[in-house]
Design a protein around this ligand. Sequence first.
Ligand SMILES: C[S@@+](CC[C@H](N)C(=O)[O-])C[C@H]1O[C@@H](n2cnc3c(N)ncnc32)[C@H](O)[C@@H]1O
Length: 488
Amino acid sequence: MTCWSGLHLLASPTDSLHFKPTHHVKPDVNRRSMSIGCHCQAILFHQNLNTMVATSDIPADTSTSLLTTLADEISSSATLLSSHIESRRLPWPSFSADGPRQPICEDNEEVSRARTALIEATRSLHALAVGPVETTKHFCFNEIYLLGAMQVLCHFEIPQNVPLQGTITFHHLASKTGLSEALLPRFLRMAIANFYFAEPEPGLVAHSAWSKPLATDEKMRACIWFRHAEMLPAVSKLVDMVKRYPDSPEPQDTAFSLAFGDAFFGYKERHPENMVQFGQFLDAFSGGSSADSAESIARAYPWETLPNRALVVDVGGGIGHISAAIAQAHPHLRFQVQDFEDLRGAAEELMESKGVKDRVEFVSHNFFDPQPEPARGAAVYFMRNILHNWSDLYCKRILKPIAESMGPESRIVNCDIVLPEPNSVPKAQDAVIRALDLTMLSLFNAKERSTDQWKELFASADGRLEITDMVGKPRMRMDSLVEVRLLC
Ligand SMILES: C[S@@+](CC[C@H](N)C(=O)[O-])C[C@H]1O[C@@H](n2cnc3c(N)ncnc32)[C@H](O)[C@@H]1O
């Protein structure tokens, strides 16, 4: 394992499932001249051999049956999870409507590893059972029509009109919602074939554990809406995009623009009616169990080591929900949330409601401009999910004014995904990360970045910028915190 890949694993979205950092390297202002290489040497990992089968590197072993090896892995992981559930008296994972929303508790590392191993082994076993030709023949066939069916069902408010307990007839459901009685069973049965809803008797519909959250949580419905209404048309233009605009850094040269006639945020401005659902989708995606909440960011970085009254500038901070969470957890810090003026009202309301109004100020600021005077020499320039929305060309334009305003003790703390090295994380988790990377491409001509790409980006924005620390799993779930300082 090279030094850089070792560092990467600390920060990778899924590494704790396979690699255990011996300790977290805390930033130390006295070590400012320390090179990243020294940090690397301080980070060691132990690969958990028990979970080898869960990685994408399943050996092509002809002496044993891969089918039975995987089946054994499934059996031992399922046994471990079952013991955990039983000993903690947790609800059993179930398809029925009263089944838990989060079926397997991940509150300890062994359980988390077993769950990952179970997912990987079942996925691999399924692929082997289906085989290469059938897989390709049916590629996306199911998913694309499931997405279409779910969009129709959500549009006609089917989830909200199926009772949370008990059943409803197709006939009654059609008359309550206005969806044609002839079409309703066709869409519903596609959903039922994929775990959403149930048909306990012919013509009767009930919720399943999968469909119930769609009835009770508008953010879950927004996930379906965004994928269908905006991502799907954009994805269908990817070939056009790469033919017309190969390697363009421009945010308007995208698959999204080809589908909708405008760059993503320009389109959003012209369609404010979609903004609510888009916001709900983002909330569900980034606040869910697979991503990092404001609270985990407030805990993951050693904010407590910053001096009393130190200023944290939240660049492109939106309405400041991350700053508010850090401010609540660290009362000795001050914050400046920078974003567009139209967010001021919502930001100030949030700070008031969180009781941090006296320490968190909203400042209207375009992040391509020089930092305003009061924000120069701040202790931290924090960015979350900003740079992954932009190509390198634009990221440099965002980073330059920040670097210019940094003092000797300032640091950038950037919160984004750090792409794992190929074959270093389980395939199921890698697939989510790669899909996010292609989302950035399709919507913004932007990208998720690997450790080396982050390193190059910071250095190319200002030769003095160097990564001095990374915090990934287990403190963070999907994103990593990358600390960058001016090293002269
Ligand atoms: C993906 S959101 C991230 C918001 C926030 N950092 C968070 O993690 O929730 C990107 C933010 O960048 C802001 N933004 C986009 N272009 C900007 C610019 N030129 N100057 C300042 N903020 C900008 C948007 O208004 C939005 O709030």
